[in-house]
Design a protein around this ligand. Structure first.
Ligand code: ATP
Ligand code: FE2
Length: 323
């Protein structure tokens, strides 16, 4: 079975094609906002780049639409205009080429690509991206949220700090590079409440410290990472100790960060748990959308066009996991 997945919840248009467990292609184009992401501009970017990305993906896979058995697309959560643009494209392709269509949850796709690439059965998942920061565990056929951010996502915090300090979007990778040159640890607010976290205080405080000019940007990036990643590791450890799980999965765009991988890996090791990251597929991509569509289809889930309405506030625990 060959599935084409279309990701388009925010900044990235991603086209992934898989054939069962084989990844045939992964094409991406990412919108670079000047300031924060503007939903209409992002949607326009996705629309303008969808056709080229589709052509390139099919060419790379050596396939035509006649070979595609299923079209999967990101139904939510995300920015309304982006979701509608991609859903309209997916529906048009499905109707024109008479291929079944399925809308999938973007957050569940981040988890499933991790489970698949790491070969995990039942992991405790730390999902860290721009908009999301959640600790999840599958229970009674749903990914239950064990802990989450009470305000902004960790990636959003890093990107906002980057904007305030003149780093280009997305700032996460730049902060990671600068942090390596940091020498002195600067104390920043550390806010953990049980298994929940908050990142807005640390953002305000680090930004203020940058403005006073007393601390170097390198030291602030280093301290920002050490503090916020310790918070993430602490809440995951608390959940792990409580739930006594044997696998720890780190996924989402921020999972690209080597320092976070290191901290989480050490923590998992201390608890005798396996640790995994879907390397190369942490950030938004079409492959994860194709994979989840395929899993749902194989579990017997079918959608009519009426079922494909987008859902900007689609929650992870709304999805019944039947695979
Ligand atoms: P979601 O809808 O899942 O919240 P998203 O739109 O935020 O997705 P992702 O690609 O999953 O998209 O994550 C993007 C985030 O990952 C950005 O905030 C970016 O700064 C961050 N990021 C990417 N690479 C790194 C890195 N090396 N270190 C830290 N953060 C990173
Ligand atoms: Fe994402």
């Amino acid at each position: 079975m060959i599935t084409l997945g279309i990701e388009g919840t925010a900044h990235t248009i991603g086209i992934g094609i898989i054939n069962e467990g084989e990844i045939l292609t992964d094409v991406k184009a990412t919108y670079q906002p000047k300031a924060g992401i503007h939903p209409r501009e992002a949607a326009q970017f996705l629309g303008e780049n969808m056709r080229n990305s589709l052509d390139l993906a099919l060419e790379e896979a050596g396939l035509g639409f006649k070979d595609i058995d299923l079209i999967s697309f990101s139904q939510g959560p995300g920015l309304g205009p982006c979701l509608r643009t991609v859903a309209t494209g997916a529906r048009a392709l499905s109707l024109h080429h008479k291929i079944p269509i399925i809308g999938v949850n973007h957050c569940v796709a981040h988890i499933e690509i991790g489970r698949f690439l790491c070969g995990f059965k039942d992991p405790l998942t730390l999902y860290v991206s721009g908009g999301n920061t959640q600790i999840l565990k599958l229970k009674d056929n749903r990914y239950r949220i064990f802990g989450e951010t009470l305000d902004i996502g960790i990636g959003n915090m890093l990107d906002k700090f980057g904007r305030e300090t003149g780093l280009k979007h997305p700032a996460g990778p730049k902060i990671e590079d600068l942090a390596k040159k940091g020498k002195d640890f600067v104390e920043l607010p550390y806010v953990v409440k049980g298994t929940d976290l908050s990142f807005s205080g640390i953002l305000t405080n680090a930004t203020e410290k940058f403005r006073t000019g007393k601390n170097s940007l390198e030291d602030l990036c280093f301290s920002l990472q050490e503090t916020s990643f310790s918070m993430l590791t602490e809440v995951t450890e608390r959940a792990l100790a409580h739930l006594k799980m044997k696998e720890v999965l780190l996924t989402g765009g921020v999972a690209n960060n080597k320092r976070l991988q290191e901290m989480m890996g050490l923590m998992a090791e201390e608890h005798g748990a396996k640790f995994g990251v879907p390397l190369g597929y942490c950030g938004d991509n079409g492959v994860m959308i194709a994979l989840l569509g395929q899993l749902m289809h194989k579990a017997g889930i079918r959608q009519s066009l009426d079922d494909t309405a987008v859902n900007p506030r689609f929650r992870t625990d709304e999805v019944e996991v039947r695979w």
